[in-house]
Design a protein around this ligand. Sequence first.
Ligand code: RB5
Length: 150
Amino acid sequence: MQFDKPIALAADHGGYELKEAIKAHLTERGIAWEDLGTDSTASVDYPDFAAAGCKAVQEGRCALAILCCGTGVGMSMCANKMQGIRACCCSDTFSAEFTRRHNDANALCLGGRVVGAGLACQIVDAFLDAPFEGGRHQTRIDKMMALQGR
Ligand code: RB5
Protein backbone atom coordinates (compact mmCIF):
# COMPACT_ATOMS: atom_id res chain seq x y z
CA MET A 1 0.00 0.00 0.00
CA GLN A 2 1.16 3.56 -0.64
CA PHE A 3 0.66 6.35 1.92
CA ASP A 4 0.36 10.09 1.38
CA LYS A 5 2.02 10.73 4.74
CA PRO A 6 5.10 9.18 6.37
CA ILE A 7 5.04 6.34 8.88
CA ALA A 8 6.06 7.45 12.38
CA LEU A 9 8.84 5.34 13.89
CA ALA A 10 9.71 5.47 17.59
CA ALA A 11 11.57 3.18 19.98
CA ASP A 12 13.22 2.97 23.35
CA HIS A 13 16.65 1.37 23.84
CA GLY A 14 15.10 -2.13 23.78
CA GLY A 15 13.61 -1.48 20.36
CA TYR A 16 16.24 0.81 18.88
CA GLU A 17 17.96 -1.78 16.68
CA LEU A 18 14.63 -3.11 15.43
CA LYS A 19 13.52 0.42 14.57
CA GLU A 20 16.68 0.89 12.51
CA ALA A 21 16.03 -2.37 10.64
CA ILE A 22 12.42 -1.36 9.96
CA LYS A 23 13.56 2.06 8.80
CA ALA A 24 15.90 0.44 6.25
CA HIS A 25 13.08 -1.88 5.16
CA LEU A 26 10.65 0.99 4.61
CA THR A 27 13.28 2.91 2.66
CA GLU A 28 13.80 -0.16 0.47
CA ARG A 29 10.04 -0.28 -0.15
CA GLY A 30 9.93 3.42 -1.02
CA ILE A 31 7.77 4.24 2.02
CA ALA A 32 8.53 7.56 3.74
CA TRP A 33 9.10 7.57 7.51
CA GLU A 34 9.61 10.07 10.29
CA ASP A 35 12.02 8.94 13.02
CA LEU A 36 11.04 10.25 16.45
CA GLY A 37 13.89 8.55 18.31
CA THR A 38 15.50 7.19 20.33
CA ASP A 39 18.83 7.38 18.53
CA SER A 40 20.97 4.89 20.46
CA THR A 41 20.85 1.93 22.84
CA ALA A 42 21.29 4.22 25.87
CA SER A 43 18.52 3.69 28.42
CA VAL A 44 15.42 5.88 28.00
CA ASP A 45 11.77 5.69 29.09
CA TYR A 46 9.44 4.08 26.55
CA PRO A 47 6.36 6.24 27.41
CA ASP A 48 8.18 9.31 26.08
CA PHE A 49 8.69 7.67 22.70
CA ALA A 50 5.25 6.08 22.54
CA ALA A 51 3.84 9.58 23.10
CA ALA A 52 6.01 11.10 20.35
CA GLY A 53 5.04 8.45 17.79
CA CYS A 54 1.33 8.60 18.62
CA LYS A 55 1.28 12.41 18.65
CA ALA A 56 2.48 12.40 15.05
CA VAL A 57 -0.57 10.28 14.16
CA GLN A 58 -2.96 12.33 16.32
CA GLU A 59 -1.79 15.53 14.65
CA GLY A 60 -2.25 14.02 11.20
CA ARG A 61 1.44 14.39 10.36
CA CYS A 62 1.93 10.63 9.96
CA ALA A 63 -0.38 7.95 8.56
CA LEU A 64 0.42 5.25 11.11
CA ALA A 65 2.96 4.62 13.89
CA ILE A 66 5.36 1.74 14.41
CA LEU A 67 6.60 1.60 18.00
CA CYS A 68 9.37 -0.69 19.24
CA CYS A 69 10.48 -1.50 22.77
CA GLY A 70 11.88 -4.66 24.39
CA THR A 71 8.58 -6.53 24.34
CA GLY A 72 6.29 -4.17 22.41
CA VAL A 73 3.95 -4.38 25.40
CA GLY A 74 4.95 -1.18 27.21
CA MET A 75 4.63 0.76 23.96
CA SER A 76 1.17 -0.68 23.28
CA MET A 77 -0.05 0.06 26.82
CA CYS A 78 1.08 3.68 26.50
CA ALA A 79 -0.25 4.10 22.97
CA ASN A 80 -3.70 2.78 23.89
CA LYS A 81 -4.00 5.46 26.57
CA MET A 82 -3.74 8.18 23.93
CA GLN A 83 -6.89 9.64 22.42
CA GLY A 84 -7.78 8.13 19.08
CA ILE A 85 -4.95 5.60 19.04
CA ARG A 86 -5.64 1.92 18.46
CA ALA A 87 -2.39 0.06 19.02
CA CYS A 88 -1.67 -3.65 18.69
CA CYS A 89 1.40 -5.51 19.91
CA CYS A 90 2.12 -8.22 17.33
CA SER A 91 4.55 -11.11 17.02
CA ASP A 92 2.83 -12.73 14.04
CA THR A 93 1.72 -11.63 10.59
CA PHE A 94 -1.90 -12.83 10.91
CA SER A 95 -2.61 -10.55 13.88
CA ALA A 96 -0.84 -7.65 12.17
CA GLU A 97 -2.95 -8.05 9.03
CA PHE A 98 -6.25 -8.40 10.84
CA THR A 99 -5.67 -5.62 13.33
CA ARG A 100 -5.70 -3.35 10.27
CA ARG A 101 -8.58 -5.14 8.51
CA HIS A 102 -10.88 -5.42 11.53
CA ASN A 103 -9.61 -3.04 14.24
CA ASP A 104 -8.38 -0.20 12.00
CA ALA A 105 -5.26 -0.15 14.18
CA ASN A 106 -3.17 2.95 13.66
CA ALA A 107 -0.15 1.86 15.69
CA LEU A 108 1.86 -1.37 15.46
CA CYS A 109 4.02 -2.30 18.44
CA LEU A 110 6.91 -4.74 18.20
CA GLY A 111 9.35 -6.23 20.68
CA GLY A 112 13.01 -6.03 19.77
CA ARG A 113 13.70 -8.78 22.32
CA VAL A 114 10.87 -10.93 20.98
CA VAL A 115 11.04 -10.92 17.19
CA GLY A 116 14.03 -10.82 14.90
CA ALA A 117 14.38 -8.21 12.19
CA GLY A 118 13.31 -10.57 9.39
CA LEU A 119 10.02 -11.53 11.02
CA ALA A 120 9.45 -7.97 12.20
CA CYS A 121 9.69 -6.67 8.63
CA GLN A 122 7.17 -9.29 7.47
CA ILE A 123 4.86 -8.20 10.29
CA VAL A 124 5.30 -4.57 9.22
CA ASP A 125 4.44 -5.49 5.61
CA ALA A 126 1.33 -7.41 6.71
CA PHE A 127 0.23 -4.38 8.74
CA LEU A 128 0.94 -1.75 6.10
CA ASP A 129 -0.51 -3.68 3.17
CA ALA A 130 -3.87 -4.60 4.73
CA PRO A 131 -6.85 -2.27 4.21
CA PHE A 132 -9.46 -1.50 6.86
CA GLU A 133 -12.62 -3.34 5.82
CA GLY A 134 -15.14 -0.91 7.37
CA GLY A 135 -18.79 -2.02 7.51
CA ARG A 136 -19.62 -4.02 10.64
CA HIS A 137 -16.07 -3.43 11.88
CA GLN A 138 -16.67 0.34 11.94
CA THR A 139 -19.69 -0.21 14.21
CA ARG A 140 -17.46 -2.15 16.60
CA ILE A 141 -14.74 0.48 16.49
CA ASP A 142 -17.29 3.18 17.31
CA LYS A 143 -18.25 1.10 20.38
CA MET A 144 -14.57 0.55 21.22
CA MET A 145 -13.75 4.24 21.08
CA ALA A 146 -16.79 5.03 23.23
CA LEU A 147 -15.08 3.00 25.99
CA GLN A 148 -12.25 5.57 26.21
CA GLY A 149 -12.36 7.29 29.60
CA ARG A 150 -14.82 4.86 31.18
C1 RB5 B 1 13.22 -1.70 28.89
O1 RB5 B 1 14.14 -2.44 29.64
C2 RB5 B 1 11.94 -2.49 28.72
O2 RB5 B 1 11.24 -2.51 29.92
C3 RB5 B 1 11.09 -1.88 27.62
O3 RB5 B 1 11.81 -1.85 26.44
C4 RB5 B 1 9.81 -2.59 27.28
O4 RB5 B 1 10.01 -3.94 27.09
C5 RB5 B 1 8.67 -2.32 28.16
O5 RB5 B 1 7.55 -2.81 27.94
